[in-house]
Design a protein around this ligand. Structure first.
Ligand SMILES: Cc1ncc(COP(=O)(O)O)c(C=O)c1O
Length: 415
């Protein structure tokens, strides 16, 4: 018999969840933007900075050795979390940093030229779009996109005709940060592999919710960020297959990534150090690993079932409120507990403020996905995104608040 998920025990680990907003208990439904941090992460960073802080991979002193050990242990933890080897994990400043590294490095390597094609989806976060736009612009390659259907799923028939002999890169989100839909990784990888294209997975929104086994996934490269998976800001990871990372030149250059330097040239260390120029985000790496250890210590099967129930409750509840339009409204796809919606006659920013006045924190705007909003004829939407600590009561508080929005703003009421 499986025990029910003990969400109260999880919540006790997050000091911020005791916050009140305008006399209302905080209902934090903005984890898709950034997650809250459990005490284990706060403690790990503070402990590192107060006990072991030193620059890593340099210095012969005791603290430097300890800091280096903690930093490299963190890499092992992150690697284990995604089913990878530590040498395949490159520290980045976040997913944006990782994607810029990949696109920039492919550009430096001369891997794209005029006539080549880069394929993305219409559901990209700008972080997985603009680096490819730049690469295309600089190399003369063509950027193409797999359209999103009305129900939010990818048009896989279109993908079939788009991905072809000219495709050199296929970059796509595991989970859209607007639609919450899990994209068919295996199908996309199979299409890319059939034409020898490199696959780049943006795992930002899946890492907090789904078990990742990147080695088994078939993708070549993947990025995710610490701050969305209960870890600190300013740290993320790029994962790559050995042969893929080996073949990439560095994107940023400088200290700590070389074997020998003369006034004329430099020889580089192998991955991952080749991609880690300059002083690294050490306390953040330690905090990132603490977050993943904390997450790994939870009952993840029960947590997943809990989050799946929240997702259904949130989506069905929103569906039942008149004047609400869901973005990506389908039961046919696997999803995470993240849902964007528009309220008929009320601007997303007004909705956000109204919800905030009831203690409910959501994201409003285009969520760094303007093309996707344009595809749905919108400039902005409201996004609610849950986390492992979200309760059923919080979802109900949110739904109750949303159901009061239109009457508060007089929307849909005859003048
Ligand atoms: C799908 C997706 N990709 C990329 C990013 C950028 O991540 P980071 O903040 O780590 O740069 C985000 C953040 O919102 C995201 O949701």
């Amino acid at each position: 018999m499986t025990l029910p998920f003990d969400v109260d025990a999880v919540r006790a680990d997050f000091p911020i969840l005791e916050t009140e907003v305008d006399g209302h208990p905080l209902v934090y439904l903005d984890s898709g933007a950034t997650s809250q941090k459990p005490r284990a992460v706060l403690d790990a960073e503070r402990d590192f900075l107060s006990r072991a802080n030193a620059a890593v991979h340099r210095g012969a002193h005791t603290l430097a050795a300890e800091a280096t050990e903690l930093f490299e242990d963190a890499r092992v933890t992150v690697a284990e979390f995604v089913g990878a080897e530590p040498e395949q994990i490159v520290w980045t400043s976040g997913a944006t940093g990782g994607l810029n590294l990949v696109a920039g490095s492919l550009g430096y390597a001369g891997r794209l030229r005029e006539g080549d094609e880069i394929v993305v989806t219409e559901a990209e976060h700008h972080a997985n779009l603009i680096p490819w736009q730049e690469l295309a612009r600089r190399t003369g390659a063509r950027l193409r996109h797999i359209p999103v259907r009305e129900d939010g799923t990818l048009d896989m028939d279109a993908a079939d005709s788009l991905i072809g002999a000219r495709t050199k890169v296929l970059a796509f989100p595991h989970v859209s940060n607007v639609l919450g839909i899990v994209n068919p990784v295996a199908d996309l990888v199979a299409r890319a592999q059939a034409v020898g294209a490199l696959t780049v997975l943006d795992a930002c929104q899946s890492a907090p919710h789904l078990a990742l086994d990147l080695s088994a996934s078939g993708v070549d490269l993947a990025v995710f960020s610490g701050h969305k998976v209960y870890g600190p800001y300013g740290i993320g990871a790029l994962w790559g297959r050995d042969e893929v990372l080996d073949a990439l030149p560095p994107f940023t250059t400088g200290g700590s990534m070389i074997t020998t330097v003369t006034l004329d040239e430099a020889e580089y260390l192998p991955p991952p150090q080749r991609f880690e120029a300059g002083t690294q985000p050490v306390s953040q790496a330690v905090g990132f690993a603490a977050a993943l250890r904390w997450l790994g210590a939870q009952d993840l099967a029960a947590a997943n079932a809990h989050e799946a129930a929240l997702e259904r409750r949130m989506r069905e509840g929103l569906r039942s409120i008149p004047g609400i339009r869901l973005l990506g409204d389908t039961d046919a796809a696997e999803r995470v507990a993240l849902q964007a919606f528009a309220v008929d006659g009320v601007h997303a920013h007004d909705v956000g403020q109204f919800l905030d006045s009831r203690g409910v924190a959501v994201r409003v705007g285009h969520h760094c996905a303007q093309p996707l909003h344009r595809r749905f004829g919108l400039t902005a939407s409201v996004r609610a995104s849950a986390a492992i600590h979200t309760t059923t009561d919080e979802v109900d508080t949110f739904l109750d608040a949303v159901s009061g929005v239109r009457s508060f703003f007089g929307a849909g009421v005859a003048a």
